[in-house]
Ligand binder design. Structure first.
Ligand code: DAH
Length: 344
């Protein structure tokens, strides 16, 4: 039996020697060391031996199987390491390969300018009106009548305003000022709101004019609001938007819905006030219109002008963006040329 064990052992050693892969080693292990393997068959017959033989043959069998286990494991580990190295080198990532180019979108300059203006005005205490108070399709009532713009005012002329076929009095709004009326009809003072949005005018399109553009309207109504408050808020807005070093100027003007009215200029960003083509030699650029809310407008929406007063302002987003970024043609905002849009 001892000889039988030694014979099988040398066969097993030869088989282990021959095995060329992990799976071949697994076969060797199954052949010799599994429950149905050759050594177990021999161990089954131990019971027929004398006690002394049982001990010597048994311990030899154990010694041999553990030697085989050890050498199979050693070889298995070697193969495993080799296979792992092969796999790792095959799956190596070349970190120097250039990545895939994914074109990245950008926020449109009119959107970022609007966001910037809105956040400045929010920091000064204004909140944005709900969209229901700022519709782009308006009735003449909100766009003109309630803003103290009489029926024969040239602003109503079909030249300027887009009328619709919905009804004779339904227009595409020509200004965001109608939002003032929506808000004052629905809210009691104190009111401190802004309303950004698109407006439409029947213009011949050129470098300075488009038939739609964007405005931001502002309204502040409370007790004891004065022209000093108007100046303070708008000076602060311009200081933040254009930078502290740029002087402003308030020029007396006229709007039907404000009295008194003013236009606000900022010192020309191109020539610094010396006079150039951009500012037509004046040294100043107009940035917004403003004024104290006309008592007639307050009366119209049921706010007592003896108790309350307020100021309003309106600015063009395209104009403010053009002044800040020295853009000389309004059409650039609307013809989707990525070479232009990419710069912001
Ligand atoms: N709605 C005016 C326009 O489109 C701008 C404006 C001027 C708005 C004065 C105002 C204001 O609220 O007080 O030209």
């Amino acid at each position: 039996m001892k000889e039988q064990l030694e014979r099988i052992y040398s066969l097993a050693v030869a088989d282990i020697e021959k095995a060329a892969s992990i799976s071949e080693l697994d076969e060797v292990r199954a052949k010799y060391l599994s429950r149905k393997g050759e050594f177990n068959e021999i161990k089954k017959n131990l019971k027929n031996l004398s006690d002394e033989d049982k001990r010597t043959v048994g311990s030899l069998a154990n010694e041999i199987t553990s030697k085989l286990e050890t050498s199979i494991k050693a070889k298995h580990d070697k193969f495993y390491q080799i296979e792992l190295n092969e796999k790792l080198s095959k799956e190596q990532i070349d970190v120097t390969l250039p990545g895939k180019f994914i074109p990245q979108g950008k926020v449109h300059p009119l959107t970022s300018t609007t966001n910037e203006i809105v956040s400045i005005l929010q920091s000064l205490g204004f909140s944005v009106v709900e969209s229901k108070d700022s519709p782009e399709v308006e009735t003449e009532y909100f766009n003109f009548d309630m803003l103290n713009i009489p029926a024969d005012h040239p602003a109503r002329d079909v030249q300027d305003t887009f009328f619709t076929t919905v009804a004779p009095n339904v227009v595409l709004r020509s200004q965001t000022s109608g939002a003032q009326i929506h808000v004052m009809e629905n809210q009691k003072p104190p009111i401190r709101v802004i309303s950004p949005g698109r407006v439409y005018r029947n213009e011949n399109i050129n470098a300075r004019k488009n038939n739609f553009f964007h405005q931001i309207e502002g309204l502040y109504v409370d007790k004891n609001i004065t022209f000093g408050d108007l100046k303070g808020v708008l000076n602060e807005f311009i200081r933040i938007y254009f930078g502290a070093s740029r002087p402003t100027r308030f020029r007396s003007s006229f709007f039907p819905f404000t009295e008194p009215s003013a236009e606000v200029d900022v010192q020309c960003i191109m020539c610094g006030g010396k006079g150039c083509k951009t500012c037509s030699g004046t040294g100043w650029l107009e940035v917004l219109g403003a004024g104290m809310v006309d008592p007639n407008v307050l009366k119209g929406v049921g706010i007592d002008p003896e108790i309350y007063s307020g100021f309003a302002f309106g600015m063009g987003v395209e104009r403010l963006a053009m002044l800040k970024y020295a853009i000389d043609d309004i059409r650039l905002f609307f013809n989707d040329d990525v070479r232009f849009l990419k710069q912001f």
